[in-house]
Design a protein around this ligand. Sequence first.
Ligand SMILES: Nc1nc2c(ncn2[C@@H]2O[C@H](COP(=O)(O)OP(=O)(O)OP(=O)(O)O)[C@@H](O)[C@H]2O)c(=O)[nH]1
Length: 539
Amino acid sequence: MKGIFSPSDLDQLLLQSSRDPQGTLNTLRGHLQPLHSIEYKNKINTIHGLALANLWKYDAAEKILNRTAKSLSKLGMTFGLALVLDELAAIYLIRGDINQAMMTWLNCLRFGIQHKDHTAIMRAHLGIGKTYYGIYDFNNAKRHHLAAIDVACMQPENPLSCEAYVCLGVDLIKLAQFESAYATLSIAKSLLYCTQYPNRSGCEIEIYFGMTLAAQDQINLAIDKFNSAIELATQDHYSWGLALAHLEKAKSLLTIKNHQQAIDELSKAEHYADLINSSLFRYQCYEMQYQIFKDTGDYELALERMQLFTQSALHKLDRDQKIRPSSTVIKLLNRLQEQLNFEHSKMENTELASRLKNHQALIRQLTERAETDPLTGLFNRRALDHRLEREIELSDIQQQPFSLLMLDIDHFKSINDVHSHQIGDKVLIQIALIIVSTCRQGEFVARYGGEEFTVLLPSATLEAACNVAERIRLNIAEFDWSSIKKGLNPITVSIGASCRQTAEAAESLLSRADALLYQAKHAGRNRVLGDHPQATTPH
Ligand SMILES: Nc1nc2c(ncn2[C@@H]2O[C@H](COP(=O)(O)OP(=O)(O)OP(=O)(O)O)[C@@H](O)[C@H]2O)c(=O)[nH]1
């Protein structure tokens, strides 16, 4: 390409900027002057900024992209603004500046809504979802990735459609909804033909398939997937994909105690993590290497890795503590979301869109079914296990107390025996309603199984937990149960309340609450028992 670039040269260079950023910079060199029009200059700057970002030269990329974004908005030029904002936000996210990333993607969303630019809306939702993912809020990540899929349904050929399904698949893996994750990733795979980077996206899909399989103990199948991901990533010199594929393969090898091969995979992962300067990948490598060397008795190496791990763990903790979206960002997000819903309702629905919508409805159904107890509509045990792990992580990060309640209906068997199983079911539904209406927002209610329920109380001390439990106990005891069926006697519950001790694991917290519940039953039922003398008795 010589002289002034034609519009098609520019399009080609734009594509090249991620595939071959150094080549793009070489082509641009010497062509930056003389510049013909502001529009031309902005296009060149966009390509330049993207190529720099793809070479991990974030400071230089930020400078040039920021200047371009300002110029494009000032001149009212819409070409490429969403692309520029998207890349800028991604840079902020990589640096761990959550609020700046969120704000930039919100600008992209606002721009998309204003100009009815579906691609910009998709980019923004994908980015906001990734930001939530980065702060371990997988439910909100899922919400935004589903919103991106809503738009993808209007534009199935859009290269971002495949990415939207991949992102949702990853959220579902984190939410332990493996069946839905698999279905979502299969859709992503069928959309590979429309991506700009089929090898890269294909590599990511294989890795996530592998992770889904590994989580379900299908280790050999998982390793096959990681191998094919490595093959695809190698063809495309995709360092990020190589780092992740080697790391996940090492995890699988470790579960089948193949230490030597796991070590080999980890050194490859570390190599690629260094190439892309990813501290998060390195952190995981050090942690696993330390474990392996310790287990195989290589204490000197274990100590060395332990030191590296500790340094990066402190770095990660520091980052994790800083990452909370501000309330202004959340408010803005909600306002734009409302506007967007309104715009969506006006969009026309094509035949293809409705076909894809069916896929989406299927995923929603699978997702909800996997998380919900069909009788009471509460979260089920699976959702509880996952949420509990997350709340415990958060309570560590935020250094806040965390409590939970285990609740069991007293003499429930006799309700079934005397009044029928159907009445028993109605009682379960009513109890669920009472618990939910007694709890506040942010508290999490699940059916643990049978006639047992669990309530998670983030930030609650034992005293606060016992107060919530007491309110639930009273509301149930005072409910007019004859309104469910004439002759039904008052129903009571017993509750065990436990507050998490330092570094206590989920199972231990649950089993302490369960033991207290058992004691409450033995002490005569219809009472709350906490793990120190805070018990209450019926009045
Ligand atoms: N109707 C109905 N009953 C259920 C359901 N799940 C479990 N159950 C019944 O719940 C009863 C539990 O009884 P038990 O574990 O003996 O305990 P209990 O009668 O509640 O007595 P205590 O717990 O000792 O106060 C059993 O009869 C189960 O069949 C359900 O979904 N619907």
